[in-house]
Write a protein that binds this ligand. Structure first.
Ligand SMILES: Nc1ncnc2c1ncn2[C@@H]1O[C@H](COP(=O)(O)OP(=O)(O)OP(=O)(O)O)[C@@H](O)[C@H]1O
Ligand SMILES: [Mg+2]
Length: 216
């Protein structure tokens, strides 16, 4: 079980994040080898829950990601969005780990990108295109009850979220056991509004301003 609370967090946020990252990644590896047969069911459940979110049913453009390795899967999700006619953009990792964006459509020609990523082969939209997303679905290693998010450590999504519109709903995908009481953060870390696991939706934060609250 992953534990991260005030008593066990090292005083330095970077060290605390690094410790939590290796814990979560180790558990993901263990889970992947123990429950390979459950993988399609988990992917299907995650996609269904995200597709049913009211913010997603209302969205015209969704920023998502193409999952690789042990990341929460998105193949069913992006396919479901495209079937519905929703425009889907996915990130293209830049050399400094910042994120550009590309349109995702099916059938897609997916190519290897930088830093062990993949992306569609089409034209780049520019890093500012993230502001076109009504909903952003982001990967996470862990999220806490206040919406603080732990990523892989490049700061990619923190930078991208700085360019998103204030009314964009940010949804993190995680596995069971990765919604924690406390995730260590630094001032540059950008939070998420909703966390989705294969078994449920957790609303963590409301949107600021006249658009919120989300949980009404
Ligand atoms: N807005 C920013 N501008 C420049 N660098 C940044 C920014 N945000 C984060 N970084 C850099 O990224 C590094 C890693 O950030 P952090 O540990 O928050 O990554 P993460 O949120 O876990 O991962 P990711 O968002 O890529 O999934 C930071 O130490 C910082 O140097
Ligand atoms: Mg961060």
């Amino acid at each position: 079980m992953i534990e991260c609370d005030a008593a066990t967090v090292p005083p330095d946020a970077d060290a605390a994040k690094a410790q939590l990252r290796s814990q979560v990644l180790a558990e993901r590896v263990e889970r992947a080898s123990a429950a390979t047969a459950d993988r399609p069911a988990r992917a299907h459940a995650l996609a269904g829950l995200v597709l049913d979110l009211p913010e997603v049913t209302a969205a015209r453009t969704v920023g998502a990601y193409l999952s690789i390795g042990s990341e929460p899967p998105t193949t069913d999700l992006v396919a479901g969005l495209r079937t519905r006619g929703v425009r889907v953009m996915v990130p293209v990792v830049l050399p400094d780990r910042d994120l550009d964006w590309a349109e995702y459509d099916e059938p897609a020609l997916i190519v290897a990108g930088l830093h062990r990523s993949v992306h569609p082969s089409g034209a780049l939209l520019g890093p500012a295109a993230v502001s076109q997303a009504d909903v952003l679905v982001v990967p996470a290693l862990a999220v806490d009850r206040a919406g603080h998010r732990l990523g892989r450590g490049g700061g990619s999504y923190d930078r991208a979220l700085d360019r998103a519109r204030p009314d964009t709903v940010v949804v993190a995908l995680i596995f069971e056991g990765e919604l924690l009481d406390l995730v260590p953060t630094a001032p540059h870390d950008r939070p998420v509004h909703v966390a989705v696991t294969p078994s449920g939706v957790h609303r963590l934060r409301t949107l600021p301003g006249p658009g919120g609250p989300l949980d009404g």
